[in-house]
Ligand binder design. Structure first.
Ligand code: AMP
Ligand code: MG
Length: 538
């Protein structure tokens, strides 16, 4: 295809920027750091970069948006998603929001290194907001540089695409592009910054509105702009709730609580630890958003957090994510008081639509991970109490440092008749510790309880396996694999990244020849930076 023909395909993409059209703008056109009042966004364009190079892109997302393979292979594609060229209909802007960081109100934050390009409408009429992360300074950059490094951009790209294919609600990533511009980062916060390759990720979602997008207006006593943003969000992202009004506001908050509960159940299911669950990193649509120092459980440990900045308090550890989501929803509820003045109805939504919904969703999810048709509680014999069985399992996996992904995946092959010796041989291979006699004994005791429970479950062996394989992935974006991919990419080789992306498109399907992408963490990775510990420096 000629360059002119490709260009005309790009130029014919449709943009309809409703967010800009319907919400108040910051009147200041210049790009300098400032507090922005009574506005949802500021106009700002991406800063062009010297040498853009496409590192990877998501083929199916590109197709969904209307980019053909020819278009994706063109220089034009790379230039657009590096921020070097705006298409007709695109308009750059950065959003204003605030947030609670690590439990404290932090005031205005905003898109400090994100530039939104507008809302693309695909051939089916679906809207997608496109934004570039690492696209340069904005009015919200505070004291930082507006840029992103290649390692964290690859991590965001790979994990958001993996999440999508795992069935976890998430923002997506269309591209990761090396900028050709070095970026200075003090990765270990030890006073030794280094130059690293810079990059830009194009993120895609129906909306990037966060809890903090609402909080900022209430914190500033600006009920009028708060109401405008709430009404807009309901009309655009929750149209089934009807026209905004007192009843709709309540129903809307209830739905946000339910979506958040569903999201956290998914995170717990797959062993994802977000790492920075600040209220500015909580999506109003219940999507996983802002992939920073996130991590995946290898050895099952509810106390684990990948974020070195949080190593002391471990506020955002795996086992605490459900409580933190509740805490964040309470902050959102407080921010909505000007339009939902009934504390009782907000509290009721929190208790029912988050608390109870989470408990119910979690039980259902755990039952399916274990291959049980339903979750039994407090039945007459304690041997059939699933809460006790799961508590014991949690202890066992923790004590034996068992790989969470491999354990649940392989459990589908354990039947009521599997001999204890076979179970132990398999179980030991899933663990990072050499098991002691006592640990092997605990594992055997748990197996007996589980087998007894299975005998009381109506699912056939085959149905059980199908169920378990549909919720227990074999391939997750393991921390150490991300680091291997990053190491390769730093030397200009993107082969492993692209192969891994293909594997992660089918996380529940065994892929012969791709065993290395499902392997337990090797010893060298246990304490290596980037593998099990990450700083916020990105
Ligand atoms: P995060 O913890 O990544 O969600 O970021 C918190 C806030 O800091 C957000 O407002 C980001 O836009 C901003 N931020 C993070 N890194 C940078 C950077 N390198 N330049 C400008 N702003 C940043
Ligand atoms: Mg953020």
């Amino acid at each position: 295809m000629t360059q002119a023909a490709t260009r005309s395909l790009f130029d014919s993409l449709v943009f309809d920027n409703r967010f800009l059209r319907e919400l108040p703008a910051d009147p200041e056109p210049d790009n300098y750091r400032r507090q922005v009042y009574q506005a949802c966004y500021s106009f700002v364009n991406p800063t062009p970069v010297p040498q853009p190079r496409l590192v990877a892109h998501s083929e199916e997302l590109a197709a969904e948006l209307g980019f053909s393979p020819d278009m994706c292979a063109s220089d034009e594609f790379c230039a657009i998603f590096a921020g070097n060229r705006l298409l007709p209909g695109m308009q750059g802007y950065a959003c204003c929001y605030g947030g609670h960081q690590f439990g404290h109100w932090a005031g205005q934050l905003g898109d400090g290194r994100v530039v939104n390009l507008g809302e693309l409408v695909n051939k089916d009429g679906a809207y997608y907001t496109l934004q570039l992360k690492g696209a340069g300074l904005t009015p919200y950059s505070r004291s930082a540089d507006g840029l992103a490094v290649l390692r964290s951009s690859i991590r965001e790209f790979i994990c958001s695409e993996a999440m999508h294919h795992l069935g976890v609600p998430t923002t997506r990533a269309l591209t990761v592009i090396g900028s050709g511009q070095p970026v200075r980062r003090d990765m270990f916060y030890d006073g030794n910054p280094e130059w690293e390759p810079g990059a830009i990720v194009c993120r895609v979602a129906p909306s990037f509105t966060r809890f903090g997008s609402f909080q900022i207006f209430t914190a500033r006593n600006d009920a009028a702009t708060l109401k405008q943003l709430v009404d807009y969000t309901i009309r655009r992202d929750f149209p089934h709730l009807g026209e905004p009004g007192p009843e709709t506001y309540r129903a809307w908050f209830e739905e946000v609580c339910r979506k958040t509960a569903e999201l956290i159940v998914h995170w717990q299911r797959v062993g994802f630890v977000h790492g920075v669950m600040n209220t500015d990193n909580m999506s109003i649509l219940g999507l996983t958003i802002d992939f920073g120092p996130y991590g995946w459980l290898e050895n099952y440990d509810p106390n684990w957090t990948p974020n070195t900045t949080d190593a002391q308090g471990r506020r955002y550890r795996y086992g605490h994510q459900p409580k933190i989501a509740y805490w964040n929803l309470v902050q959102l509820a407080n921010a909505l008081l000007p339009i939902i003045p009934s504390v009782e109805s907000l509290q009721q939504a929190l208790d029912t639509c988050y608390g109870e919904a989470f408990d119910q969703g979690w039980r259902k999810m755990m039952a399916s991970k274990l291959g049980l048709r339903e979750y039994l509680e407090q039945s007459d014999t304690s041997l059939l109490d699933d809460t006790l069985m799961i508590d014991d399992l949690s202890q066992l996996l923790q004590n034996c440092e068992t790989d969470m992904t491999l354990f649940y995946r392989g459990l589908a092959d354990i039947s009521p008749h599997t001999p204890a010796a076979d179970f132990l041989a398999w179980f030991s291979a899933c663990c990072y510790l050499n098991l002691s006699v006592a640990q092997r004994h605990s594992a055997k005791v748990w197996l007996q309880r589980y087998q007894q429970r299975l005998r009381h479950d109506p699912l056939t062996l085959e149905a059980r396996k199908t169920l378990m394989h549909s919720v227990n992935p074999l391939y997750t974006p393991r921390n150490y694999l991300a680091q291997l991919v990053i190491d390769e990419a730093a030397s200009g080789d993107f082969g492993m990244l692209r192969e891994w992306l293909r594997v992660l498109r089918h996380p529940y399907t065994e892929q012969p020849g791709r065993e290395r992408f499902a392997a337990k963490r090797p010893d060298w990775a246990k304490h290596r930076a980037g593998c099990s510990m990450l700083s916020c420096s990105s």
